[in-house]
Design a protein around this ligand. Structure first.
Ligand code: HEC
Length: 150
C-alpha cells in the first residue's frame, strides 16, 4: 500500500515536471504568431468551403459540410493559444492584450457558434446550415472589427 502510494506520487510529480511552462509552448514569439495565423488561415479556408455551399456555388453534400464544420470548430479552439503574452505582431491589435476578457468573450462566442454550425451540418438540413453559417460569420466580423488591423 505504502509502496503504491509512493509510486503514484512519483508518477504525478513526473508528469507535472514534464508539462511545458505556460509560455514555453512556442520556442519564440514569432512561432506563436505563425501558429495562430496558420490556424486562422486553415479555419478561414474551411469556412470558405461552407460559404460556397451556402451561396449555391457548390452542391450541398452533408458529409463534406460536416468535415469542414468539424475543422472550423477545431481551429476555433486552437488559434487563441498563439496570442500569449509578448506575442504582439501580425495584424493583431494591441487591445488584444489590454482588453483580454473582452477578447476571450469573442473567442467563446465564436466557439459556441462553430459548435452550433457542426450540429446544423449533422442535421443534414441546408437551411439550418445557412443560419448557423451566418451566425459564425457575424462573430468573425465582430472580432476582426475590434481586434484586427485593417
Ligand atoms: C476572437 C477574435 C477573432 C475571431 C472570432 C476571428 N478572428 Fe480571424 N483573426 C483575428 C486576429 C486578431 C487576426 C490577426 C492575427 C495575426 O495577424 O497575428 C485574424 C486573422 C485571420 C485570418 C488571416 C490569417 C493569416 O493568414 O494571417 C483569417 C483568414 C481569419 N482571421 C479568418 C477568420 C474567420 C473565417 C473567422 C470566423 C470563422 C475568424 N477569423 C474569427 C481574430 C479573430
Amino acid at each position: 500500500m505504502k509502496f503504491q502510494l509512493i509510486r503514484v506520487a512519483t508518477i504525478v510529480a513526473f508528469s507535472v515536471a514534464s508539462l511545458p511552462a505556460a509560455n514555453a509552448q512556442f520556442a519564440k514569439p514569432e512561432d506563436a504568431v505563425k501558429y495562430r495565423q496558420s490556424a486562422l488561415f486553415v479555419m478561414g479556408n474551411h469556412f470558405g468551403r461552407i460559404n460556397a455551399v451556402v451561396k449555391g456555388d457548390v452542391p450541398f453534400n452533408k458529409e463534406e459540410v460536416i468535415k469542414n464544420a468539424t475543422l472550423v470548430n477545431t481551429m476555433a479552439s486552437l488559434a487563441w493559444q498563439g496570442f500569449g503574452p509578448g506575442t504582439e505582431g501580425g495584424r493583431a491589435l494591441p487591445n488584444i492584450w489590454t482588453e483580454a476578457p473582452k477578447y476571450k468573450s469573442y473567442q467563446d462566442k465564436l466557439q459556441a457558434s462553430t459548435a452550433a454550425m457542426l450540429v446544423a451540418a449533422q442535421s443534414g438540413d441546408l437551411e439550418n446550415v445557412k443560419k448557423a453559417f451566418a451566425a459564425v460569420g457575424g462573430n468573425c466580423k465582430a472580432c476582426h472589427d475590434d481586434f484586427r488591423k485593417k
